[in-house]
Design a protein. Structure first.
Length: 66
């Protein structure tokens, strides 16, 4: 699904940028260009960033099965 129509940035591309180290919205903008034109996608990009980072934190806290 496209999140940023202006820059043709997909949800997959945003998740990849987060997995590669984007930890704040400004990082996400710099890596993908999202929300640098009209800004209509900013809320969705921020939501995706927050939920993805939270999921990563929860997964990192899980014990490793032997």
């Amino acid at each position: 699904m496209y999140v940023c129509i202006c820059k043709a940035v997909t949800e997959h591309e945003l998740r990849r940028a987060i997995a590669q180290g984007a930890e704040c919205f400004e990082d996400l903008q710099a890596r993908t260009g999202c929300a640098t034109c009209c800004g209509c996608c900013e809320d969705e990009a921020r939501r995706l960033l927050g939920t993805t980072l939270e999921t990563q934190r929860r997964e990192a806290a899980l014990p490793i099965a032997a």
